[in-house]
Design a protein. Structure first.
Length: 98
């Protein structure tokens, strides 16, 4: 769904060159940050500002790494209802696939 290994790998390779260990480290940092943003959305409850802030963080992170579908899903979540279970499930599946 939201994982495009070619785009993410190309983005990382463009940033650091042919350094597999560094690419792996950056990929891990990306996944960890995405999980953190999603966790913030899950704990936002009905707090619209917290939800939107975390969704915007996830969108920006996805954009930085070329995860276009994840970026689009996070962008949709920004204007969505805080705590929306289908939205959270969709984003969770996308992040797990990273």
């Amino acid at each position: 769904m939201a994982y495009d290994p070619g785009a993410i790998d190309a983005t990382l390779a463009a940033a650091v060159g042919d350094e597999p260990a560094l690419i792996l480290e950056l990929r891990l940092a990306f996944v960890t940050s995405a999980e953190g943003a999603l966790s913030a959305m899950e704990t936002a409850g009905e707090d619209v500002d917290a939800w939107r802030s975390a969704a915007a963080r996830l969108r920006s992170l996805a954009a930085s790494f070329g995860a276009v579908r994840l970026m689009a899903a996070a962008a949709d979540a920004i204007d969505g209802r805080p705590g929306d279970l289908p939205t959270l499930a969709k984003l969770r599946r996308a992040v797990v696939r990273l």
